[in-house]
Design a protein around this ligand. Structure first.
Ligand code: SRM
Ligand code: SF4
Length: 512
């Protein structure tokens, strides 16, 4: 595979080490790394190339790695969940896991010497972590209730899996797409409620009728970064819900791979290339690789609902069955127990399958209606509730300083404490979405929230303390819009008061 890159002099330091040795190359060295131990591994392999396999060295907890899976559309079998639980169980107090904002799972506490064995176990249940970090395509998102939603337009599960298989060579690793200029996000929406935040993906397929035929309009270029946030814009193209989705995704990736900037990493995401070329040229270049004429877009898309969070008991498309959405506070599994229990519930009450959501929660599909009451009486539902208090219910948080070295603040625990306290003090309508993110990288998507909180450092009483910038105005679902920063530098110890006032004044809250 010959990859057209800019002249060497312009390459940033990441491009230089990628040119020296492809990230995927470490796949063949895992057994060796496991034998020599992490301290002896080459620094660039350790801190960067291992991310091509989903293995993240954590400077905050050296020797205890994070392993990022790929779970297309957030669909995972109970066996898969049990294997993930077994992996973290062996690490005792160090072992934990998170559901991510891309309906995926990350494991923590993982030791390099165990990786070969872990990969064999993942393989046996059809799971992979390949190409989940660095300059690769992230988890392919899709509606978490695909195939069970009575109002669904297109069941995108198979397509999402096919896109993943094409990009990763069915989990074996695909050198054609392991040297992108930057990370890349793809989402497929098949429902009416924009469940996957189409607007913040580099490619989003959204349901649309063209001349009476149901398929997808295509949006491109959406992204967040510390320097710039941009919503996705129309490619002015429509594809039917078949192999064209896979071919077009690969065509866009190839155009990005061969033409995206490799000089400044802050200007490397797809939108920068679209800006440089203009949409007409970008579309024409994509068309060349696609190999046939792109059809013009349908006049409108079909995403015309408010976004659902899928919690609670919901009727399924299949008569006699419900899907039950359980709330996992800020997506965190502190230990293996909760994961084992969810796997068990999926087998006893469902059909051995779980779904993950971009709200960092879990769904058990296919619960026979007559069994719902018994499921709701299971003790674990005290922990993973179907109807948590309003602020906790819609709370999202990125990893934060506990494990992420980019973080400027601790997020998850603080987010939960503040939400729980305010839920006790205030009467709030049924939804107020708060998103926390520990730094300007925006993994916790503060720009899509009613109230977004982005970690920063603040000077207070002559000291540097943890603080946040406050975002407002983000909307989700139909006509989703990004929010903006409305107030900077609030010290975290003043935040509960600031939020309380804000909710009373702007969000119709009343004191209890
Ligand atoms: Fe992210 C880098 C965690 C979703 C934008 N993100 C990181 C790293 C890998 C940094 C690092 O090496 O420590 C974080 C790992 C911390 C850890 O130990 O967990 C990290 N990102 C996450 C997760 C786990 C947040 C969460 O708690 O859910 C999400 C994992 C998703 C997944 O399953 O793959 C996660 N990250 C996002 C999103 C949200 C989304 O995709 O909807 C974004 C904004 C959308 C986007 O990418 O356009 C996001 N992450 C970033 C960026 C900024 C990208 C940029 O173009 O500048 C970085 C930094 C970078 O790539 O240089 C980053
Ligand atoms: Fe880490 Fe920043 Fe992403 Fe949070 S937003 S996970 S602190 S990189």
């Amino acid at each position: 595979m010959v990859i057209a890159v800019e002249p060497q002099t312009k390459l940033n330091k990441f491009e230089k080490f990628k040119a020296e040795k492809d990230g995927l190359a470490v796949k063949d060295e895992l057994e060796h790394f496991a034998q020599i131990g992490w301290e002896a591994v080459d620094k660039t392999d350790l801190e960067h190339r291992l991310k091509w396999l989903g293995i993240f060295f954590r400077p905050v907890t050296p020797g205890k790695f994070m392993l990022r899976l790929r779970i297309p559309s957030g669909v995972i079998s109970s066996q898969g969940m049990r294997v993930l639980a077994e992996i973290i169980q062996r690490y005792g107090d160090d072992g934990s896991a998170d559901i991510t904002t891309r309906q995926n799972i990350q494991l923590r506490g993982v030791r390099l010497e165990d990786i070969p064995d872990i990969f064999r176990k993942l393989n046996a249940v059809g799971l992979t972590s390949i190409q989940s970090g660095m300059d690769n395509v992230r988890n392919i998102t899709g509606s978490p209730i695909a195939g069970i939603d009575g109002d669904e337009l297109i069941d995108t599960r198979e397509l999402a899996q096919k896109v993943q298989d094409a990009i990763t060579n069915s989990g074996q690793g695909n050198p054609a797409f392991t040297n992108l200029p930057r990370k890349f996000n793809i989402a497929l929406e098949g429902g009416r409620d924009n469940s996957i935040h189409a607007e913040i993906n580099d490619i989003a397929f959204v349901p649309a009728y063209r001349e009476g035929e149901l398929g997808f309009n295509v949006l491109v270029g959406g992204f967040f970064s510390a320097k710039r946030c941009a919503p996705a814009i129309p490619l002015h193209a429509w594809v039917p819900p078949n192999e064209d989705v896979v071919t077009l995704s690969c065509a866009i990736l190839a155009v990005f791979r061969d033409n995206g900037s490799r000089a400044n990493r802050q200007k490397s995401r797809l939108m920068w290339l679209i800006d440089e070329w203009g949409m007409d040229k970008f579309r024409a270049e994509v068309e060349k690789v696609f190999g046939k004429e792109l059809l013009s877009a349908a006049p409108k898309d079909e995403m015309d609902w408010d976004k659902r969070d899928c919690l609670g008991v919901n009727p399924q498309k299949q008569a006699g069955y419900s899907y039950v959405g359980l709330h996992v506070p800020v997506g965190r599994f502190d230990d293996a127990e909760g994961m084992f229990e969810l796997a068990r519930l999926a087998e006893v009450y469902g059909q051995g399958e779980l779904r993950l959501t971009v709200e960092q929660n879990v769904i058990i599909p296919y619960v026979a209606n007559e069994n719902v009451e018994t499921l709701l009486a299971e003790p674990i539902l005290q922990q993973y509730a179907i109807a948590p208090t309003p602020l906790v219910r819609s709370l999202i948080s990125c990893t934060g300083s506990q494990f992420c070295n980019f973080a400027l603040v601790e997020t998850k625990q603080r987010a939960l404490n503040i939400a729980r306290n305010l839920d006790q003090k205030l009467e709030i309508g049924d939804r107020l979405r708060i998103h926390w993110t520990g730094c300007p990288n925006s993994c916790g998507q503060p720009q899509v929230a009613d109230i977004g909180l982005m970690g920063t450092k603040v000077r207070k009483d002559g000291k540097t303390v943890e603080g946040v910038d406050l975002y407002m105005g983000g909307t989700v679902g139909k006509d989703a819009k990004l929010g903006t920063c409305v107030r900077k530098g609030i010290p975290c110890d003043e935040l509960p008061e600031v939020l309380e006032e804000l909710m009373l004044e702007k969000f119709g809250a009343t004191a209890k």
